[in-house]
Design a protein around this ligand. Structure first.
Ligand SMILES: Nc1nc2c(ncn2[C@@H]2O[C@H](COP(=O)(O)OP(=O)(O)OP(=O)(O)O)[C@@H](O)[C@H]2O)c(=O)[nH]1
Ligand SMILES: [Mg+2]
Length: 193
């Protein structure tokens, strides 16, 4: 897989609009502003392939990034952004849930949480949902550069406990500033395809 051959392919809302082929998918979920687009860019060594929101909550469509016709990175809308109406919120939730339920080619869900905070109720709902589905998932704790090194261990153990992660769910600290954790995440993804 040549990660230098990556391109934005399409934005979709409904399943009919998802790419119609057999290319497997890895998807990224998490609260708005947690750093999904930044992680996708870092993994692909690109500055601005995935759009980094100037305002949180901007990525509303499900965005498919085609990597060398071998794999899609799928950037889902962020959930739990407080300043949108309930209706919009539930529409987003629905499109996320529809995607997770409907995609036949999903190989891995990468769930993102901010390393600084205890996972929200939305995060806990997501990890419960993922656990009860048969989808494999890992958790990436973003913005590691924003806390002192001495706090990392303690934050990871809080996240792991709050999300009730099992031994099969890797938890990897990451920073899009320093690229810490990039190799580990990318190697794991590459091992699946
Ligand atoms: N310091 C630091 N800032 C980060 C990191 N990751 C993301 N950010 C910043 O956090 C903000 C949100 O990042 P995005 O990548 O747009 O987050 P997102 O999850 O895609 O947001 P939505 O598309 O709104 O759901 C941006 O200002 C990023 O520069 C990180 O690891 N460290
Ligand atoms: Mg985004």
């Amino acid at each position: 897989m040549n990660i230098n051959n990556a391109r934005f392919e399409k934005g979709a809302v409904k399943p009919e609009q998802y790419p119609d082929n057999d290319i497997p998918e890895v998807t990224f979920v998490g609260r708005s502003n947690v750093g999904k687009s930044s992680l996708i860019n870092a993994l692909l060594n690109r500055k601005s392939l995935a759009r980094i929101a100037s305002k949180p909550g901007k990525t509303r469509e499900i965005n498919f990034y085609n990597i060398d016709d071998v794999l899609y990175f799928v950037d889902l809308p962020g959930y739990g952004y407080a300043k949108v109406s309930k209706d919009i919120k539930s529409a987003w939730g629905e499109s996320i849930e529809t995607y997770l339920n409907e995609s036949k080619k999903l190989k891995l869900v990468v769930m993102l949480v901010d390393i600084r905070h205890s996972p929200s109720e939305d995060d806990q709902m997501m990890s419960k949902w993922l656990t009860s589905s048969s989808l494999p998932f890992i958790v990436v704790a973003t913005k590691k550069d924003k806390i002192p090194r001495s706090k990392v261990k303690e934050r990871l153990s809080d996240i792991s406990n709050t999300l009730e992660l099992g031994s099969g769910n890797m938890l990897i600290p990451f920073s899009s500033e320093t690229k810490d954790g990039r190799e580990e995440i990318m190697n794991y993804i590459a091992s699946l395809v």
